[in-house]
Design a protein around this ligand. Structure first.
Ligand code: GAR
Length: 189
């Protein structure tokens, strides 16, 4: 049984897709939902699916509290699904090649500090891109710079707002993120 931990700061729609993939599945399960946002909708999803949640402050990320909580779970994979704080070096060093992130654009374009959620899609729209997509990658110390695992593009020629782009991208995320997680867990660990 592979052990997954998810970090999320917002609505947690990706988190829920991952939870559902592993519900009643003997290959793996989500053992914890970690969030820095006490009002995050992802907490309701954790409760609904009976998954332990951990709420922490920005300081807790680097003062050892979060690392200790992760160590208690002993995860095979740590998944950042809409997690908006920088992931600390101390945890990355303890879990090499076991932390992945999803980014709502085709990195290396539209990545880096401040590039998250709707900000990404607004920038894509402003630049009149004809396509965008998703990138799933390993997490290193710099925002959005770890090795790529998977990318998928989608045409946005008919989109006239950042929200429309967001919807198309989220559809891709929901389709591919759980699948890629399954592949990583089956092959690598
Ligand atoms: C997703 O689109 C994810 O790619 C993005 O936040 C959204 C979270 O949605 N992540 C980033 O922008 C990270 N830089 P969700 O909470 O509904 O899964």
């Amino acid at each position: 049984m592979k052990r997954i931990v998810i970090f999320a700061s917002g609505s947690g729609s990706n988190a829920e897709k991952i939870i559902l993939q592993y519900k009643n599945n003997s290959q793996g399960n989500v053992f914890g939902i970690f969030t820095n946002n006490p009002n995050a909708k992802v907490l309701e999803k954790a409760k609904k699916h009976n998954i332990e949640s951990v709420i922490f402050s920005k300081d807790d990320l680097s003062n050892g509290f979060v690392l200790e909580k992760i160590n208690e779970i002993k995860p095979d994979l740590i998944v950042l699904a809409g997690f908006l704080l920088k992931f600390p070096k101390a945890i990355i060093e303890k879990y090499p090649n076991k932390i992945i992130n999803i980014h709502p654009a085709l990195l290396p374009k539209y990545g880096g500090k401040g590039m998250y959620g709707i900000n990404v899609h607004k920038a894509v729209l402003e630049n009149k891109e004809t396509e965008t997509g998703i990138t799933i990658h390993y997490v290193n110390e710099n925002y959005d710079e770890g090795a790529f695992i998977f990318q998928k593009s989608v045409t946005i020629e008919k989109c006239h707002s950042a929200e429309e782009i967001a919807e198309k991208v989220l559809e891709l995320e929901h389709l591919y993120f759980p699948q890629i997680i399954k592949e990583i867990l089956n092959s690598k660990i």
